[in-house]
Design a protein. Structure first.
Lengths: 352, 353
């Protein structure tokens, strides 16, 4: 057990350099490039001053002059720089940001004028909702299908269901969702499902039954997109894993001692063949967190993925960085979680 | 005894030949491979097949090749600025009933021109002139799909080549030299690979509008990692085998052992994963283009068309046609991949009862 403990301690310690590496990299990129929040604020201010015409502060002459000729008073400039911490060199700015993050303060969003943490927290349940249901749907379809394909390897059912696997391999999940949205979203064809969003606008006015129906109505297509996204890989993984185990010596032994086939396959072989799938547990966190950007954008679901996407478009750096920081930590924790699950389920695994 | 026969009299066939033969015998994968290769080669000829520039113009007894050379409209007596409009020129010549004639490409529209001939405001639905309709700037969707096919596949091929070169080099070095170098580099790779790469790529490309090369570099930054693991493992395994020991005892140099002995024997994962890497590359490009962080406009791109489709949900052809193109392409590549995997790594499943 000593080896295992030290392995996980080392893994936890590795979070620190990884976290520093990724945040420093992105922080520097965001600070160095033009078009940041300060520049945008200056542009806005200049535009505002130009509209006001020849007010006292405007140095560049009459109204309608070019924005470039307008100068912003030095004190205002200083104050603005101070507000965005732009008066300090980048390493100091990073140190301040990091210090605040360690105190769970991710700063204020420029767009929402709220603490970043609150903005992210509000979106968190929505992403979890779709991600979790998507995951449950995926596993509860792929595992039985994979098992069935393995048991009936080479049968007609196996060959026919392989068609769906091939389709799954060649369609990104978000695109499958979008195609269904075009076909069933009431655009040019059938009007079966709503055009995305988490729930209807009048959701709070509905009866409790109406609320459920509405929610389910909005859930089916996005969940289908999640399902298609990992359907092929998971099904084939399950099938190959079980087939490999069925060929092992311990299964031969189980048969030899006269156990019924059902028991051998579903108790002995299946349990061992589920081990590789347990690695997916940590991966799920990543899917819920960042992998959903495409699906949330497609269905206009205001979850974390769409928030991060919009923050990049709007140059809302505190949110971009906050999302990155949380995502990096959760992703790393997820990796460790997979390893722990792996070690717990399979006692043969020895980490060094 | 010829050199291809073994002492027992059977013909000796190299392992690679055997695999190639097995691949050919898997019809679905083999034909998919032929189709996709031919389609890719043809897509390079797209400027000759789909263009608004005429292939051949016979004007006053002289032949001109506008595909390769620029002619102003006034040169052919057209009353317009800039380049001649060869579609109208064809009609003008026909109406004039002289010996002048124009040979247009079979599908006479370019991927960059905003068309004005369909009625109504773009995007226009499919018609006989424009098989898959036009996009929101009035450009022909079919032409953009074909040019996009070439770009997507080229992008993906270049991407995996870059990723493989780095991944194989690093993996080979780690596996061959091992020791402390391996341990330290492994830690670094672990850190590097746990960065949320797609998010980082999006952030970077939101700031610096990437071109083709930059996007390949950005995706390669993380794309090399998976191949490194495979090659490192292969090298560790091969290094311990007798033929390598024999080579070492005969005094072969490191370079010779790596490139001549071990590398050719450890390329199986490289070949079997290549088709799936191509699928991954195309999907990544389409995803990035869809989010607006991919290739710069006006590059013909599937993802950009799909993005237009989301914003114009009533224009179904903007989603369904690029989806079909992408689906067919990826399906063919997946078929090839499945056949390659079967040919290179045939797993015989034994089963009692």
């Amino acid at each position: 057990m000593g080896g295992l403990a030290s392995y996980f301690i080392r893994r936890f310690l590795l979070i620190i350099p990884t976290f520093l590496g990724i945040t420093i990299l992105v922080f520097c990129i965001l600070q160095i490039v033009p078009g940041g929040p300060l520049e945008q604020e200056i542009m806005k201010l200049k535009a505002g001053m130009a509209q006001m015409g020849g007010s006292a502060e405007v140095g560049g002459g009459a109204s309608g002059s070019e924005l470039g000729q307008i100068t912003i008073p030095a004190e205002a400039m200083e104050e603005m720089k101070k507000f965005y911490n732009m008066d300090k060199p980048i390493p100091i700015r990073y140190a301040i940001w990091l210090w605040n993050v360690l105190h769970l303060d991710l700063g204020h969003s420029y767009v929402y004028a709220e603490p970043v943490w609150d903005v992210i927290k509000a979106r968190f349940p929505i992403s979890i909702y779709f991600g979790l249901i998507g995951m449950i749907a995926t596993y509860s379809i792929c595992i039985p299908l994979g098992v069935f394909k393995a048991v009936k390897h080479g049968s007609k059912f196996d060959l026919l269901s392989s068609v769906t696997v091939f389709i799954g391999y060649s369609t990104p999940g978000w695109l499958a969702g979008l195609v269904l949205l075009v076909l069933l979203g009431g655009g040019s064809f059938w009007d079966v499902f709503p055009l995305g969003e988490f729930r209807s606008e009048n959701w709070y006015d509905l009866s409790w039954w109406g609320k459920i129906v509405d929610q389910v109505h909005h859930t089916i297509l996005p969940v289908f997109a999640y399902l298609v996204g990992s359907f092929a890989v998971l099904t084939i993984m399950m099938k190959n894993s079980l087939i490999e185990n069925i060929g092992q010596d311990y299964v031969r032994t189980a048969f030899a001692k006269g156990l019924p086939e059902k028991r051998v396959i579903f108790v002995h072989a299946l349990r061992n063949s589920l081990i590789p799938l347990s690695t997916g547990i940590g991966h799920i966190i990543n899917v819920i967190f960042a992998g959903s950007m495409l699906i949330e954008r497609t269905f206009n679901i205001h979850g974390m993925g769409l928030l991060a996407y919009n923050s990049i478009l709007n140059r809302d750096y505190p949110i971009t960085l906050g999302f990155l920081a949380i995502g990096a930590v959760l992703g790393l924790l997820g990796n460790i979680l997979s390893d722990i699950a792996y070690a717990l389920i399979d006692p043969r695994i020895r980490f060094k | 005894m010829s050199e291809n026969t073994t002492p027992t009299g059977y013909k000796s066939v190299s392992l690679f030949r055997k695999r190639l033969k097995r691949f050919r015998s898997i019809k679905r994968g083999y034909y998919s491979f032929i189709i996709i290769v031919i389609a890719y080669i043809i897509s390079f000829l797209a400027p000759l097949l789909m263009n608004n520039k005429a292939l051949l113009v016979s004007y006053n007894g002289r032949l001109h090749f506008p595909v390769f050379k620029y002619y102003p409209g006034s040169y052919f007596g057209q009353d317009i600025y800039g380049e001649a409009n060869y579609r109208t020129l064809k009609q003008q010549f026909k109406a004039a009933e002289q010996s002048n004639w124009v040979l247009m490409p079979p599908y006479p529209y370019s991927p960059y021109e905003s068309l004005t001939d369909p009625r109504g405001s773009p995007p226009n639905p499919p018609s006989w002139q424009h098989w898959f309709g036009t996009d929101d700037r009035g450009r022909d969707v079919f032409v953009r799909l074909v040019y996009g096919f070439n770009i997507s596949l080229s992008f993906s091929l270049i991407l995996i080549t870059c990723g493989y070169v780095i991944g194989i080099s690093v993996g080979a070095a780690l596996g061959y030299f091992g020791g402390k170098f391996d341990i330290i580099a492994q830690r670094f790779i672990e850190i590097w690979s746990s960065m949320p790469h797609l998010y980082t790529i999006i952030i970077v490309s939101s700031i610096i509008r990437p071109n083709f090369t930059l996007l390949v570099i950005l995706l390669t930054l993380w794309g090399w990692i998976s191949m490194t693991y495979f090659i490192r493992g292969e090298f560790y395994r091969e290094k311990a085998k007798d033929y390598v020991h024999a080579a070492i005892s005969m005094g072969a140099s490191d370079r010779k052992i790596v490139f001549k002995h071990i590398l050719p024997n450890s390329l199986t994962p490289v070949i079997t994963f290549a088709p799936f890497a191509i699928v991954g590359g195309i999907s990544a490009l389409v995803g990035l283009d869809y989010l607006g962080f991919g290739l710069p406009p006006p590059t013909p791109s599937w993802g950009e068309l799909i993005n237009q489709g989301v914003n114009n949900i009533f224009s179904w052809w903007l989603v369904l046609s690029p989806f079909s193109a992408m689906f067919c392409t990826l399906l063919l590549v997946v078929f090839v991949g499945e056949a390659v995997r079967q040919a290179f790594d045939p797993r015989e499943f034994s089963r009692l009862r």
